[in-house]
Ligand binder design. Sequence first.
Ligand SMILES: *[C@@H]1O[C@H](CO)[C@@H](O)[C@H](O)[C@H]1NC(C)=O
Ligand SMILES: *[C@@H]1O[C@H](CO)[C@@H](O)[C@H](O)[C@H]1NC(C)=O
Ligand SMILES: *[C@@H]1O[C@H](CO)[C@@H](O)[C@H](O)[C@H]1NC(C)=O
Ligand SMILES: *[C@@H]1O[C@H](CO)[C@@H](O)[C@H](O)[C@H]1NC(C)=O
Ligand SMILES: *[C@@H]1O[C@H](CO)[C@@H](O)[C@H](O)[C@H]1NC(C)=O
Ligand SMILES: *[C@@H]1O[C@H](CO)[C@@H](O)[C@H](O)[C@H]1NC(C)=O
Length: 675
Amino acid sequence: MATADSHFRVIVLCTFITLLTVLSVGLNFGNVSSLEESSSSLPLVHKGERLQVTQIQDDNEDEYKILGLTPNHSVRVGITDLKGNSIDTNSEIIYHGRFLHITDMHPDELNKLGSSIPKKCHKKLSYIPEDELCHPLGDAMSGCDSPMQLYEDTLAWIRKNLKDKIDFVIWTGDNVRHDNDRGHPRLEGDIFKMNQNVANKMAEVFMDEGEEDDMPLERRVKIIPSLGNNDVYPHNLVAPGPTLQTREMYKIWRDFVPAEQMHTFDRGIYFFREVIPGKLAVLSINTLYFFKSNPLSDNCDGRKQPGYKLFEWLSVTLNELRRRHMKVWLSGHVPPIPKNLHYSCYTKMAVWMHEYRDIIIGGLYGHMNTDHFVPLDSVKAWKSIKGQNDENCTDENCTDENDVEDYKDVIDMYGGMGLLDEDFGVTRKSKRYDSAPQGKVTYLEDIRDSMFARIKGKNKSGEHGDRYAFAHVTASVIPTFNPGFRIWEYNVTDLLKGDIERQFEPWTDFFTRINQELDESDELADILETFDDDDPRTKNYYTLAKDKTIPQIMPPGTPLGPGYVMQLFSPERYTQYYLDLDSAAKDPDFKLDYRVHYSTNDKPYDMDSLLVEDWMELARRLAQSSPLKKSHRGKGDKENKQDLQELSAVSDLWKTFIDRAFLSTGYQNFPFSTN
Ligand SMILES: *[C@@H]1O[C@H](CO)[C@@H](O)[C@H](O)[C@H]1NC(C)=O
Ligand SMILES: *[C@@H]1O[C@H](CO)[C@@H](O)[C@H](O)[C@H]1NC(C)=O
Ligand SMILES: *[C@@H]1O[C@H](CO)[C@@H](O)[C@H](O)[C@H]1NC(C)=O
Ligand SMILES: *[C@@H]1O[C@H](CO)[C@@H](O)[C@H](O)[C@H]1NC(C)=O
Ligand SMILES: *[C@@H]1O[C@H](CO)[C@@H](O)[C@H](O)[C@H]1NC(C)=O
Ligand SMILES: *[C@@H]1O[C@H](CO)[C@@H](O)[C@H](O)[C@H]1NC(C)=O
């Protein structure tokens, strides 16, 4: 049986970092005797000892520079005597203040070297034109999934270069090839098997030397998977649990999901991990219950809806994390963008992020294959939720049309093509690009003009941008564009300072409680279902059982969390990596080597930190490059000249944003990039 997170064991770390001088930060952690009894997470401290956090000085600074990472960023937590002399080096634990976000790997076992792009790289033909030939590491904008070599070499590269520099991995799904080849339909058994293979591989890739094979949950690098819309059969389709599917996914992810959460996991493939025990957690959300393309979910308002139940779980979980003074990242596959999600799920997501802005740092997603970010506006979301209590309101007309009408959305674009969620089968001038995605530049322009441009000024958004939260969508490994992933760096300067003396019930008690509460709610939903619509008892039952899927207002005076004000766990920067597939294709001896695409503090983003305000600022700058703004200009020559200069600077910013979104594939120059 897997051991609980709460029984944190200190791992003997291998000597992957040569430790030079140690800069003592010398924090005193107060009452030591209470720690002894605590069920919490830190190394055991005895009388006459204390915990000490020290900054590590890396001697391989060049390596960090090449990787675009900040040297000397890691800290070590160790036990010393009261004079500060180290007592037990074996019990030391290192936090690097970094994590990996990787998504949409889509390894494809059918992908063959030297096969044909129009055949999804599944088939060799007697004659294949040069530009339709499939390459060993994949071909951008080809509509083919990842060759096994791309998938394997990518993970090997990450193991070699990054594994020893990170604390955890957020892995947001889609580990199976697309259902895009009618000659090779996907089967349920194959999908489970591929999910299992990728899970095994992930567990292996992030295992430290000397770690024990039989205790995967205890390993240093925690891995938090979430479910992708292509990880299920048929794709997009997930029923409310428990089902064969939820049980199978639990088995497949048993190395990542704490055993105490099996019951909640079985409700719908969601769970959380403490990545820094007692301090920092990551929630894995099954976004397919919010996803419009999942025919088995309709909204997040009906008590029997799996999305509603997910919010019940979120409510209890976030409350508990807040009580424990923990901070949390949200993660999932499909990002909360209005037209991706049922509107009631989208607005609930926005208000939960807002009312828990003291603990939620942000949201991390995949699915779009495009590097970008989107704001969530709590004022609009609250307005819509309140409007929905209006008896005359349906999901359709409670939507704020102004906000969503402009979107060209993946679902609408591809929905007409049946079950398929990625576009293919379009006829273009070249077969090479028949399956390249359609209209992604237009999609980003829509985000710019209808979301970024509407970000309010300080008076309406709060001193630290409290009104907003952000969802961050990373690039994919699948060569829709060039393959990529990113490393986030977060603040660990003051790790473990503060309230470690608190004692909480063991997590097992909490899970007993949460299971009971959720089961009771299920029973209530069953009772309500037996009533007629106009049964007067319905109202009483609803009053009795407050709707937990709508958050309480954040208690006034609660300090803002790491997403808003620089503090422990605040995101500082990220570095985005990419693989240039064109160079790879030209060179038969090419050895896979990811390069830094950009870091957020590089020009022209120049972001000092990645707080909500920093994202608002970048969004505003991007919005200014909109042609909507340009057209309103008709001034004197002098002003015009200055305007033009400003404009060219902002449109350079937009160009950079677009180039980064498509990982320097030049996608934006193809006619199909707009629609
Ligand atoms: C430490 O905690 C223990 C148990 O909570 C308490 O009895 C003791 O007075 C505390 N000591 C100090 C110095 O605060
Ligand atoms: C990191 O630590 C090394 C070793 O002490 C030192 O030489 C270097 O200047 C430090 N680098 C930074 C960026 O602080
Ligand atoms: C909402 O839509 C329904 C049916 O489409 C319509 O009858 C109703 O008047 C609308 N309500 C509002 C407030 O627009
Ligand atoms: C709902 O619609 C009815 C009929 O159009 C109207 O009489 C009623 O006032 C509306 N209710 C609300 C809360 O607007
Ligand atoms: C913001 O509010 C202050 C005080 O109410 C007011 O003086 C100022 O003009 C407002 N600024 C903007 C840009 O609306
Ligand atoms: C990390 O947060 C602390 C406050 O807790 C702050 O003093 C420090 O400057 C931050 N570090 C960075 C790199 O921003």
